[in-house]
Design a protein around this ligand. Structure first.
Ligand code: S3P
Length: 181
């Protein structure tokens, strides 16, 4: 696989569903003049079905296959900001291809703050459906170790979108300055 220079690598945002990967990704992309790609929206555009509909009609395994194929294709592109669905990093192949091609940022949000957002997410997120609070907490906790594979962690608690995006942009600029040769 070709080595993509750090400054040209796509920025991949990972983290649990509803932490703000899409809105933060759009804001970062705007600030650094890059195109933004949301993998769930890309799946929806290509298959003309929402993730929820794909889960219901074809099952989770099919959704994960689409997700893996599209991420593997798109993260080879340079100079993008890409937000992944919260379950995408469960797949080792997805982790590996993102690490080989891109700069991976983990958007970290505590359970205490995340649980305040549940009502906004429950209808559209198939993996939350039919689960009680205890089961959702378990899913949240079980997922955290997969996000530990990242290049940089971004704490999002008590920060608004602009603050998080500015922090990301400043960190990227510093890394590009320090490590470009
Ligand atoms: C999922 C998260 C969703 C979407 C799908 C499955 C998950 O994306 O990909 O519903 O397994 O965590 P968001 O993280 O954007 O909510």
């Amino acid at each position: 696989m070709r080595n993509i220079p750090l400054k040209e690598q796509s920025i991949v945002l990972i983290g649990f569903m509803g932490v703000g990967k899409t809105t933060i990704g759009q804001t970062v992309a705007r600030k650094i003049y890059r195109d933004f790609i949301d993998i769930d929206e890309e799946i929806e555009r290509r298959f003309q079905m929402t993730p929820k509909e794909i889960f219901a009609k074809h099952g989770e395994a099919t959704f994960r296959q689409y997700e893996k194929d599209i991420i593997s294709e798109l993260c080879h592109k340079r100079l993008k900001v890409i937000s992944l669905g919260g379950g995408a990093f469960l797949q080792k192949e997805v982790q590996d291809v993102c690490f080989a091609t891109s700069t991976v940022l983990f958007l970290d949000l505590s359970w205490e703050n995340w649980k305040e957002r549940i009502s906004l997410l429950i209808d559209s997120r198939p993996v939350l459906q039919g689960k009680n609070m205890e089961e959702i907490r378990k899913l949240f906790d079980d997922r955290q170790p997969i996000y530990e594979r990242h290049h940089s962690r971004v704490i999002t608690d008590n920060q608004d979108i602009e603050e998080v995006a500015d922090y990301i942009v400043d960190s990227l600029k510093l890394a590009w300055e320090l490590y470009s040769y």
